[in-house]
Structure formats: C-alpha cells, structure tokens
Design a protein around this ligand. Structure first.
Ligand code: HPA
Length: 250
C-alpha cells in the first residue's frame, strides 16, 4: 500500500476515494491525526496530514516517530511525502514541483530515531542517499505520464522553524549547497529509512526563500496560498499517475 504524507496545502487528497478512517496509537504517542484509507485508481492508499487535519501542528511539534510508526503498522509499503518549500536555486521559481535527491539537516531537538532505548546494539542506518531512488524514478515517470513538469534533483535544507529564515541564513544554506528549504523533511526521511520504508518527496515551491527575488523585502504570505493551491492540483495529478495501472499493476 502507498502512503502519502500531506503537508501545508495538502491536508486532504481530493482524488482519494475514502473507505474508512482509523485512529491509531503508537508506542511513541499519537500521530498527527487519524489515518485515512481509500483508493486512488487501482491502488490502495493511506493518507496522513502531517500538520493535522486542521493544520494546527507546527513543524517542530509534529510527532514524526508516531506518524511513521503508524504508517508502518498500517502496512504501508512505501511513502510519498508532499511538502512545501522555499526556493533558493534560481530555476526553482514559486509554483515549481521538484523531487529532491539530498538533504542537509539543520533541525535540532526533534526525536529523530527509533533506536534510542531497549536496543541490544547501537544501530547506524546508512543514509548516504536519503531518498529511495526507485520511488524517485517512478514519481518522475508518473509526472511525465500525467503531463506535469517536475524538476529532478534538489538538495533540501531542513530548518527548525516555525519561523522562516533570515536572508543571511538562506545565503549560508546556498553556500552549503542547498537548493530548497523546508521545515519537515527531517527527521521524517531518516525515520522512514530506519523502518526500511522506501521514501521520496514531492516538494512544492511556495515562495522564494528569504532575501531572494520577490522575497527580498520579506516573504509575501498573500501570494503563497494561490501558488500552493494550483501546485497541489498538479501534485495530485502526479500521485494519480503513480497510482495508475502502469505503475501499480493490480
Ligand atoms: N522556508 C522554510 N520552509 C518553508 C518555506 C521557506 O521559505 N516555504 C515553505 N516552507
């Protein structure tokens, strides 16, 4: 079963034919909300709104461990994360969709491992390539089949939030090699890896990062909603493509 974790702008999946919802508890506490089960095309899907269905949980307060654990328990076989980001690289204009290939983690104080206590040995997972390459490739092919332009490859800088960055911080992120900046990519990706769940992300560029282009004098929140709305329709098309017979033969 495919799991979708929806971020800002995607608190529900309009094309999900819902069968039922399930409130799940985990040894790590409660996930962000009930899991929503249903079908898209020929494929069983479970959906979870990362910030809660009322969009009330800020990035640093999301219980990432409970979310990932709940999805694993629900028999998710792979996870597609949808997340909004700020664009740093010049071609990543607001409204673009991009499949990142790397992560730099600037978050702190988040519970970022399942291997904390009660383990018989210290565990170090390999995280050289933080996203699942096969799932990334499928997303790219699904986007192409759906006629949606999606960019391949970006280094995702995960910042702590909930505040946005300063212009100097974005300059530093760029010097570090980051192309996009968001607040939820970690520890989500590493927790999926620890649970051996293939994980990839569709990032939606909501705005220019602080100090860039039309965010030079500050980030204009009034534009973001319209940009996200249009981009999420395109994201849903990509997900529908991924759920089609071609990628998920029944
Ligand atoms: N910075 C961090 N996270 C974000 C941004 C940003 O500019 N836009 C959307 N999520």
């Amino acid at each position: 079963m495919l799991a979708i974790i929806g971020g800002s702008g995607l608190t529900q999946l309009a094309n999900l034919d819902v069968s039922h919802r399930e409130v799940v508890r985990t040894p790590f506490g409660d996930p962000s909300g009930a899991l929503t089960f249903g079908r898209i095309g020929g494929q069983s899907v479970v959906f979870l709104a990362r910030h809660g269905y009322g969009h009330t949980i800020p990035p640093h307060m999301v219980n990432y461990r409970a979310n990932l654990w709940a999805l694993k328990e629900a028999k998710a076989g792979r996870i597609v994360s949808v997340a909004s980001v700020g664009g740093i690289r010049q071609d990543l204009v607001p409204g673009s969709l991009v499949i990142p290939h790397q992560i730099i983690d600037y978050t702190w104080g988040r519970s970022s491992t399942f291997f904390e206590s009660g383990v018989s040995q210290v565990v170090h997972v390999d995280f050289t390539y933080p996203y699942d390459e096969a799932l990334r490739a499928e997303l790219l092919r699904a986007a192409e089949a759906a006629g949606e332009t999606i960019l391949e490859g970006a280094v995702y800088a995960a910042t702590q939030g909930p505040r946005l960055e300063t212009a100097a911080e974005v300059d530093r992120l760029e010097r570090d090699g980051a192309d996009i900046v968001g607040m939820t990519g970690m520890p989500e990706a590493v927790l999926a890896r620890e649970l051996e769940l293939p994980y990839a992300a569709i990032c939606v560029v909501a705005n220019w990062a602080a100090g860039r282009a039309d965010s030079r004098d500050g980030i204009r929140f009034d534009h973001i909603e319209a940009i996200l709305q249009a981009a999420m329709i395109r994201t849903r098309n990509v997900i529908a493509g991924l759920c089609s017979e071609e990628f998920c033969p029944s």
